[in-house]
Design a protein around this ligand. Structure first.
Ligand SMILES: Nc1ncnc2c1ncn2[C@@H]1O[C@H](COP(=O)(O)OP(=O)(O)OP(=O)(O)O)[C@@H](O)[C@H]1O
Ligand SMILES: O=P(O)(O)OC[C@H]1O[C@H](OP(=O)(O)OP(=O)(O)O)[C@H](O)[C@@H]1O
Ligand SMILES: O=C(O)c1cccnc1
Length: 500
């Protein structure tokens, strides 16, 4: 991994069945067969209308650092089957010891808004290698995309207010906390309270103080004055330990002392009670005392719904501190991303004459039926923003040129869940193909953007989305369809598989 948080190889961070399948491919002589897998999710989280792609930087770190250590190999040697015999032959362990990833990987850049069924990552190469990556890739992309999406939703309601991530203490473990801080910043938070995330990821860090500070002094006024004396350039005082409005008055007294010393009272923090009423009253007290540049920070189990409500109530809050409900994605604890085989290289076993043998998983539920093909996503747009996304198969041109420009042919995309819903785009409609090359033959070819540019991308991407797609209640479904010939390929394959 890039952050060196764990001083250990993460190459065994996978499910056992990936290793047993890898063994199976190796043993049956198919390990080098060229495969294509797509990573995608089926439903936007939080009943929302969009998702923010996140986690690619850590995927790159994982792949770049892939390699089983001696200890990993020794551990695999100790595994036994139900008969007590070693699970894997020594020659397979030797094969793993020398395994270098030679994959081609394409991905949608972090910070891009994405939608159900779109491949966020596409992995091509020896099937054994593709298989080993299934679990870590899902682990890395699912959680970060979930948290970045949650943060983006918070940003949508917070508008231009400052948004702080305070979640480390309630996060799901060390990595849950670290990863959430990164993704929350990308999604739209301005800073985190997590100091290690600040150091490792170059995220701004911010903080106030806890109730214990106030409780450890004889009285609140002394606590505030002492804090201001030791940190005069970073004074945000938590005012609700005993009586919130009395606390504001004490903070004002400390603010006056700070002014005399040439400093300022940056803020006060409210952490309980009716945040609308208390912030309005606190604002009045601060303004009357001439502290109209002192900001009001609020925290206490906030989420996008409460922030929205507080804003509607006219709350005078400038800074929102959000912890538990952000970093644990409280109302939806997982994004259901999946990784599915979509094609195998036709090496003569298939008489179709096509380069690839297309693969898909059938399901009684149409949404769970996977899509075959070497998929790319084409996002059509105009000067007002994004119009629709079309998933197409890059392995066949269907009348288009080698860059999949459709020349004079209009492009038709078909809703995969309702074939009668079609959209046509003129051949000269402006577009962007979303998946970009990340690895070629195991070498990273991607110029990784820094975290601040990724965060800025979320902002500009969301600005391109119609407000209806961004609303929280029954959002409008952003159109995502299959290019006509991919739809035909899929239908043909479904019919063949059902007959079979
Ligand atoms: N005006 C408001 N409108 C909507 N929700 C609010 C408002 N004020 C506070 N909340 C939210 O209500 C929830 C609970 O607040 P409540 O006042 O019941 O407990 P509390 O203030 O945490 O109590 P305690 O004093 O024990 O800390 C929190 O999630 C808080 O963000
Ligand atoms: O509420 P969250 O969104 O998770 O934000 C983090 C919370 O952590 C701190 O509380 P603390 O751990 O002192 O406990 P408390 O909830 O009793 O205030 C802080 O005062 C916030 O309330
Ligand atoms: O700095 C703060 O105010 C803070 C940090 C972590 C959790 N709650 C609040």
């Amino acid at each position: 991994m890039t952050n060196k948080l764990y001083d250990t190889s993460l190459s065994l961070l996978t499910d056992l069945y990936q290793v047993t399948m890898a063994y199976g491919y190796w043993k049956s002589g198919t390990s080098e067969k060229e495969a294509v897998f797509n990573l995608y999710f089926r439903k936007n989280p939080f009943a929302g209308g969009f998702t923010v792609a996140c986690g690619l930087t850590n995927v790159i770190g994982y792949i770049d650092n892939f390699g089983l250590s001696k200890k990993d190999l020794r551990y695999l040697e100790t595994l036994t089957g139900s008969d007590g015999q070693p699970m894997f032959e020594a020659a397979f362990i030797e094969y793993l010891a020398n395994l270098k990833l030679t994959l081609d990987v394409e991905a949608i850049p972090e910070g891009t808004v994405v939608f159900p069924n779109e491949p966020l990552v596409r992995v091509k190469g020896p099937i054994l290698q593709c298989q080993l990556l299934e679990t870590p890739l899902l682990n890395l992309i699912n959680f970060e995309s979930l948290i970045a999406t949650k943060a983006a939703r918070l940003r949508l309601v917070a508008g231009n207010d400052t948004l702080l991530e305070f979640g480390l203490r309630r996060a799901q473990g060390v990595d849950g906390g670290m990863t959430a801080s990164r993704a929350a910043y990308i999604g739209g938070c301005d800073a985190t309270s997590n100091v290690l995330a600040g150091k490792l990821y170059d995220i701004p860090i911010r903080g106030t103080h806890a109730h214990s500070w106030v409780m450890s002094f004889e009285n609140e006024q002394t606590a505030f004055n002492t804090y201001a004396d030791v940190l005069p350039n970073n004074v945000t005082l938590l005012v609700d330990t005993y009586d919130t409005l009395q606390g504001v008055r004490h903070a004002i007294e400390t603010g006056k002392r700070l002014r005399e010393q040439g400093h300022k009272l940056s803020g006060i923090r409210l952490d309980s009670g009716d945040l609308a009423y208390l912030s309005i009253e606190a604002r009045k007290l601060l303004d009357e005392a001439g502290f109209d540049d002192t900001s009001i920070v609020a925290s206490n189990d906030l989420d996008e719904t409460i922030i929205n409500s507080l804003k509607q109530q006219g709350a005078k809050i400038d800074v929102w501190g959000v912890g538990t409900k952000l970093v644990t994605a409280y109302d939806q604890p997982a994004l259901g991303g999946v990784y599915k085989l979509a094609a195998l290289r036709n090496d003569g076993g298939n008489t179709s004459g096509l380069a690839w043998d297309y693969k898909m998983k059938l399901s009684e539920q149409a949404v769970k039926t996977s899509t075959p093909g070497i998929q790319q996503v084409r996002r059509f747009r105009d000067e007002r923003g994004f119009l629709a996304d079309m998933i197409y198969d890059q392995s066949q041109t269907h009348g288009a040129d080698e860059n999949h420009n459709y020349g004079s042919i209009d492009v038709t995309m078909i809703d995969p869940l309702d074939f009668t819903k079609r959209r046509r785009f003129a051949a000269d409609q402006d577009y962007e193909d979303l998946l970009v090359p990340v690895f070629r033959n195991g070498e990273c070819v991607y110029d990784k953007p820094n975290i601040h540019d990724i965060r800025a991308r979320v902002h500009t991407q969301l600005a391109q989305l119609h407000p209806g797609v961004k609303r929280f209640v029954n959002p409008h479904s952003y159109p995502v369809g299959l290019e006509r010939s991919l739809h035909e390929l899929k239908t043909e394959l479904i019919l063949k598989l059902r007959e079979g």
